[in-house]
Design a binder for this molecule. Structure first.
Ligand SMILES: NC(=O)c1ccc[n+]([C@@H]2O[C@H](COP(=O)([O-])OP(=O)(O)OC[C@H]3O[C@@H](n4cnc5c(N)ncnc54)[C@H](OP(=O)(O)O)[C@@H]3O)[C@@H](O)[C@H]2O)c1
Length: 274
């Protein structure tokens, strides 16, 4: 596995997420068939095994796609933070996917100040020992990232946060860009809550695209990987078709003014934690 995997496979890459899709085989397979190569799972989603099964079957049926062109992300939940628990959790995930190494592991949230650095230390060592190809964090704000920098441990390759044109996280974007941390945007479709925004509908009509495709394109144009979810196979194909058009800089600048700090699920907003 070469070290530019994050650049090649994660930056500006469209991702498919499987939160609350317990039976996700068909959806993951369809995402792969549609050209998506980044699949976002987590230990707490309880579907790592099913994701890997869909990936393996896809690679068997399409031998021109190599397994290492696909990135399966998993995440260490809050309940498994701390060095030893994180270490064990990674080996349990390895057993579930039945592979010698995991593609990418993130700390799911910065919930526990006293344990998150130890979890990070475990991931750094697991990567050094070849059990994980790439490591990162999720829901980390600037002060959480600065804590890692202060610990003298390597910075994460990736930070996955809620981000969309309705919450563009300018400060975190600047910090991550300055420190070489790739951004992944979860809930880039606002969990469906802003798909009927009139300005978005206008842009969709202008570019002859759908509102979802415009929202995903916004992230890709900003060098951010949007991670969307859909149960519906036709939506997955539709969303995957956001890659073959471009938006002009004036419209992108306009979209950046729509920032209202939108949070799709206020009960899950760990980025504000100390
Ligand atoms: N790290 C974290 O803490 C965290 C937190 C939340 C999510 N995530 C990741 O991000 C992924 C996506 O986030 P999300 O599910 O919260 O939000 P999302 O992708 O913004 O929205 C999903 C919603 O959009 C709808 N949708 C998708 N495509 C559509 C289309 N073309 N037209 C109309 N509606 C469409 C889906 O409905 P249908 O099923 O009907 O298409 C679903 O209701 C998750 O699966 C997970 O992998 C990570």
């Amino acid at each position: 596995m070469n070290l530019s995997k994050d650049t090649l496979y994660c930056r500006s890459q469209l991702g498919f997420g499987v939160y609350q899709l317990k039976e996700c085989y068909e959806q993951v397979y369809t995402a792969l068939l549609s050209g998506i190569r980044l699949i976002d799972s987590a230990i707490s989603y309880r579907n790592e095994r099913e994701c890997e099964r869909a990936i393996q079957d896809f690679c068997t049926n399409h031998p021109y796609v190599k397994r290492d062109e696909i990135t399966l992300v998993t995440k260490i939940p809050d309940s498994l933070q701390g060095f030893d628990r994180t270490w064990k959790a990674v080996f349990q995930s390895l057993r579930r996917v039945d592979r010698p190494s995991l593609d990418m592991v993130l700390i799911h949230s910065p919930k526990w100040p006293e344990r998150r650095t130890e979890s990070w230390r475990a991931l750094v060592k697991l990567k050094e020992e070849g059990f994980i190809q790439e490591i990162g964090v999720s829901n980390y704000n600037i002060h959480h990232l600065e804590e890692i920098a202060a610990s003298k441990l390597p910075l994460p390759a990736v930070n996955q946060i809620e981000l969309s044109t309705f919450n563009s996280r300018q400060e975190i974007q600047k910090y991550c860009s300055a420190h070489g941390i790739a951004l992944m945007a979860f809930s880039p479709l606002t969990t469906g809550q802003r798909l009927d925004d009139n300005r978005l509908l206008d842009l969709a009509a202008k570019y002859k695209r759908t509102p979802s495709q415009i929202l995903l394109r916004y992230c890709l144009e900003r060098n951010i990987s949007p991670i969307f979810k859909s149960e519906k196979l036709d939506h997955i194909v539709e969303n995957a078709n956001c890659k073959d058009f471009q938006m002009n800089s004036k419209d992108l600048a306009w979209m950046a003014t729509w920032d209202e700090g939108f949070i799709s699920k206020p009960s899950w907003n760990p980025i504000i934690l100390p």
